[in-house]
Design a protein around this ligand. Structure first.
Ligand code: ADP
Ligand code: MG
Length: 350
């Protein structure tokens, strides 16, 4: 579907492993004082002084987590990093360094890896991250990419999933469900393309949701905003698997219950219109879709005046005693138990 405009193909064997690593990493500059030694030695050396360090890893496997028939490699590189940064920000930390490990088959020419690394370079620049190392190896079939992100946080600022208390407000950033609906559109166009490769899809009505799928952003800005508003969430998690499953994680770790109001869940108009077109309930998508990379947090009621009216932060419910359970209050004021489906499970159902 997405044409390979770059027709030149340089085989990886021509370069050799070290030549390849050097070629791919030559543009990475160092932005943080905490990076004492970067790429080029047996290990990187970091000095975060008195800060606490957060570390998180994700592994992405071709045809399990991404489909190169509609995901441009540049976007893949970008997204592989963003999903990790999102986990760092969910700890209320600042992301500072990443490592990038790849396994590639000889199906991929150098030019493909250059695209992947162009995405990594862009995201590192935008989020102010040092790329400090990684590993490069071969794979028999597809592409595998693993990113580890490192961040720092003052001990007093770190936010876990486990701190939510009854009566705290449940707050979500941005809007949710868009990335999942973007995926639905891309999957549909892929099927159309298989039948009719000449077909030029009109994707204009879906630009926002497709961008949310292919080029998600992590909420670095929210960590800064919370600091500026002088709000420390009592608990926080990033939304990678859908609101339901993340709310459940948060409640289980905090030993509390929750009530979420259906009519408060923030949805973009494109999500609503695409859900209508696909004949899917938009609340189901918000609850069970995935890959939004927004933040879900709880804040003390006392902090409500500080966040009130902020367009980035929407109160969607409140925390209850554990015994009350976890529920969605529908527009019709029905009380429905929240269950974790996650977007993978939804995919299998379809
Ligand atoms: P080793 O043999 O000790 O594993 P490598 O030859 O794999 O060392 O790596 C050499 C240097 O290049 C190291 O600093 C490593 O972190 C870095 N590196 C290797 N692969 C990548 C990659 N895909 N992206 C970024 N840095 C890499
Ligand atoms: Mg190595």
């Amino acid at each position: 579907m997405i044409e390979d405009k770059n027709q030149s193909r340089t085989s990886l064997e021509q370069l050799g492993e070290f030549g390849l690593i050097e070629h791919l990493t030559k543009n990475f500059d160092i932005k943080h004082k905490s990076t004492v030694k970067s790429i080029g030695d047996d290990a990187a050396v970091l000095d975060h002084k008195s800060k606490q360090i957060v570390v998180t890893t994700d592994l992405l496997v071709e045809n399990v987590h991404f489909d190169l028939s509609y995901v441009p490699l540049k976007h893949l590189g970008y997204k592989a990093v963003v999903v990790n940064l999102s986990d760092v920000y969910a700890m209320n930390a600042e992301a500072t360094q990443i490592t990038v490990s790849i396994a590639v088959s000889n199906r991929f020419p150098l030019e493909a890896l250059e695209e992947l690394y162009a995405g990594i370079e862009t995201v590192a620049k935008i989020y102010n991250i040092d790329v400090i190392g990684g590993d490069t190896t071969s794979s028999t079939t597809g592409l595998i990419i693993s990113v580890t992100a490192i961040g720092e946080v003052n001990k007093k600022d770190v936010v876990y999933r486990s701190g939510a208390k009854p009566n705290d407000l449940l707050v979500v950033t941005g809007d949710i469900g868009a990335a999942y609906m973007g995926l639905q559109v891309l999957e549909r166009e892929k099927e159309v393309f298989k039948v009719n490769p000449q077909n030029q899809p009109d994707l204009d009505p879906y630009t926002y949701i497709i961008e949310r799928q292919l080029k998600p952003e992590a909420r670095k800005d929210i960590v800064a905003l919370l600091k500026q508003l002088e709000v420390k969430p009592t608990a926080m998690i990033d939304i990678s698997d859908g609101l339901s499953s993340e709310a459940i994680h948060l409640c289980k770790q905090s030993d509390v219950g929750v009530e979420i109001y259906e009519n408060k869940i923030p949805l973009d108009p494109q999500v609503i219109s695409t859900c209508e077109e696909f004949n899917i309930d938009s609340t189901t998508i918000a609850l069970n879709g995935g890959e939004d990379y927004e933040l879900l947090m709880t804040i003390s009621q006392q902090d409500f005046p500080k966040i009130k009216g902020n367009p980035n932060l929407t109160v969607i419910g409140y925390i209850t005693e554990k015994e009350r359970g976890m529920h969605l209050i529908t527009r019709g004021e029905q009380v429905v138990p929240i269950i974790a489906k996650g977007w993978n499970a939804m995919k299998n159902e379809a």
